[in-house]
Design a binder for this molecule. Structure first.
Ligand SMILES: [Fe+2]
Length: 296
């Protein structure tokens, strides 16, 4: 199971795509109608889709998996009674699968048989998405739900987050203990720490200062730099997230504490809590499909 892409709806997809290609460092993939698809250097046909809508919302966050994984998912989602429907992707890469609405309304799409593309060179391109994090009213319950129904695993719990993995990467998603449901942030995997630092420089060239970072997190130990995108959400340059073994023992909040005045391993950056909070509330989830039975 791999996190592949996020599909966002917003009023000006062309402007969002221009920022992501000209400043953030992505490559254009395709434009279909009003929808702009952007890729990284890796084999996924796109990582981010921007489609036109008067309102801002997340259409879906997409994972790709094997036919066997998909069959198992269908069975468990059906048994859980979560809203879901069969879904043939009309985005680049195609593929068949399901759309699923989690208990708080987060919409995930799981696709099997979607195609990949040849990797491209570019040391400032993101390689792939490394995680998409959601705000939750009850993050603990969301963690249990995705373990029980989707077969994901909670890697660590902190005072603020429940980190969740779907392969050997420490987390591909997480639920923030926010008290409301929305998109928290989208993290792009960069080639190495230098690529993260050059990214920060590139953003500074365009008068965008980090909202938090650079730094290195506790759980997952990844390097980060968070920015508030001009089109709304929080986006992150990230690299070097830990790989964990199958039997990784999930840490509890008391295992992840910081000394006074510290919220990461390096302690070199301030965090714009208020600005981040506003950006984290902008993109909610909208189900644009009617639940339907899943065929076998
Ligand atoms: Fe992150």
């Amino acid at each position: 199971m791999k996190l592949r892409s996020i599909e966002l709806a917003l009023p000006d997809p062309a402007a969002a795509a221009a920022f992501m290609t000209e400043v953030w460092g992505m490559a254009p993939s395709e434009v279909r109608g009003d929808t702009h698809y952007l890729r990284g250097s890796g084999p996924f046909p796109y990582l981010v889709a921007f489609e036109k809508s008067d309102e801002e919302f997340v259409r879906s966050t997409t994972f790709v998996c094997s036919a066997g994984d998909l069959a198992a998912l269908k069975e468990r989602v059906g048994q859980a009674g979560w809203p879901c429907c069969p879904a043939a992707s009309e985005d680049p890469g195609a593929g068949e699968g399901i759309l699923v609405e989690l208990p708080e309304g987060v919409i995930l799409r799981f696709l099997a048989g979607s195609t990949e593309v040849a990797p491209i060179e570019g040391r400032d391109l993101p390689v792939r998405l490394t995680h998409v994090v959601f705000n939750a009213a009850d993050a603990e319950a969301c963690g249990h739900a995705v373990e029980d129904v989707l077969g994901f695993k909670v890697s660590d719990r902190t005072k603020g987050m429940v980190f969740v993995r779907c392969n050997d990467s420490h987390h591909s998603t997480a639920f923030a203990r926010a008290g409301f449901t929305s998109l928290n942030h989208i993290a792009f995997e960069m080639e190495d720490i230098d690529a993260v630092m050059r990214g920060i420089g590139r953003l500074r060239d365009h008068a965008h200062a980090p909202a938090w970072g650079p730094g290195r997190h506790g759980p997952g130990a990844n390097v980060y730099a968070y920015f508030i995108a001009p089109y709304g959400p929080v986006i992150e340059f990230s690299t070097a997230v830990e790989k964990v073994p199958e039997d990784y023992k999930a840490g509890a909040p008391e295992d992840w504490t910081w000394p006074p005045n510290r919220i990461d391993q390096w302690g070199i950056s301030d965090k714009d809590f208020d600005g981040l909070r506003v950006a984290e509330e902008r993109f909610r989830f909208r189900r644009q499909w009617a639940p339907a039975p899943l065929e076998d």
